[in-house]
Design a protein around this ligand. Structure first.
Ligand code: SIN
Length: 307
């Protein structure tokens, strides 16, 4: 069976993944944390925690709240900063078979361009995921992602600053995600990932206070899967670059739904917090499905449920 997938067909070198299952940013650390849990080299790719120019401590606690079939987070992009990432993490990744993609976030367009420049040609880094969709920080990031014009400008700035393949992660917290997707594709994105979390909140009724220290957070997990699936379906019909589906994928059948909706690859996120082996279980489930259905190439599944 062939599960390999080309995620940057318009890019000079391309970005060929051995299979379509990757981890979602922020749910799998830097990959190293899971190395002893299962053979992470079997994954299609690992997307690391959102990375900023300077290290960040993140938002005040509490930063996580469980909901019915979901999880609210308000982490606030806690991360070690790009310099430490290049010094401490990339050398390890360089010896890995699985490609690592660095998720980047900034407060200004220049931040994004500088991050892309710093990551360019660093051994161990195979691509960039541009995060214009984190709902948990005060400046930048999702501000760019909620508007087609600014989303396109960030994308073009990153593309100009790096020779790496670039994909852009979109927010569902916008009136029309399709117009944002079209704008980033026109600005040169090699692929598009969606969706990031839906903005939400929870209240501690005894304390009569918002439960999260940041008041609001981003909702992920199975609760958002139908929304994410529909958005992937819409975006896949509107752009000519690969789409990476994300949002509530916890089982192989979820991943297959996204692929049938038009996604070329999938990201597993919140499921990792329940079952750290989830991405591998999902990959094996896709393989079993293909075997049972007599499908020899994953490409033959992509978009098969589209009308
Ligand atoms: C966070 O760190 O607050 C979540 C990251 C994201 O939503 O992109």
């Amino acid at each position: 069976m062939n599960l390999s997938i080309q995620l940057a067909p318009k890019h000079r070198q391309g970005l060929l993944l051995a299979n379509p299952v990757m981890t979602a940013s922020g749910t799998f650390g830097y990959g190293t944390e899971y190395d002893h849990v299962f053979d992470i080299q079997r994954l299609g790719a690992i997307v690391c925690k959102g990375t900023t120019l300077e290290p960040r401590d993140g938002n005040p606690q509490p930063r996580l709240a469980e909901t019915s079939c979901g999880l609210l987070n308000s982490i606030g992009l806690q991360n070690i900063g790009v310099k430490a990432l290049i010094k401490e993490k990339a050398p390890l990744w360089a010896s890995w078979q699985v490609p690592v993609i660095v998720n980047i976030a900034g407060e200004t367009i220049d931040d994004y361009a500088q991050l892309a420049r710093e990551l360019d040609r660093v051994a161990g880094i195979s691509g960039i995921e541009v995060n214009i969709s984190c709902p948990n920080i005060k400046a930048g990031c999702v501000e760019f992602g909620a508007n087609p014009e600014s989303a396109g400008r960030v994308t073009a700035a990153v593309k100009n600053a790096t020779s790496l393949p670039v994909w852009v992660k979109l927010t569902p917290n916008t009136a029309d995600i399709v117009e944002i997707a079209v704008a980033v594709a026109e600005a040169g994105a090699d692929a598009i990932s969606l969706i990031n979390t839906l903005k939400g909140m929870a209240i501690d009724i005894t304390a009569r206070q918002p439960l999260l220290g940041n008041v609001t957070g981003g909702l992920s997990g199975p609760a958002i899967k139908p929304v994410a699936l529909h958005m992937v379906y819409e975006v896949a019909g509107a752009v000519d670059v690969p789409v990476i589906g994300c949002g509530g994928i916890t089982a192989a059948s979820d991943a297959i739904e996204f692929i049938m909706a038009g996604a070329s690859a999938v990201q597993v996120g919140t499921a990792n917090l329940i079952n750290p082996r989830a991405p591998l279980d999902i990959l094996e489930g896709i393989e079993q499905f293909m075997e049972k259905e007599g499908i020899e190439d994953i490409a033959d599944l992509i978009g098969t449920a589209r009308r």
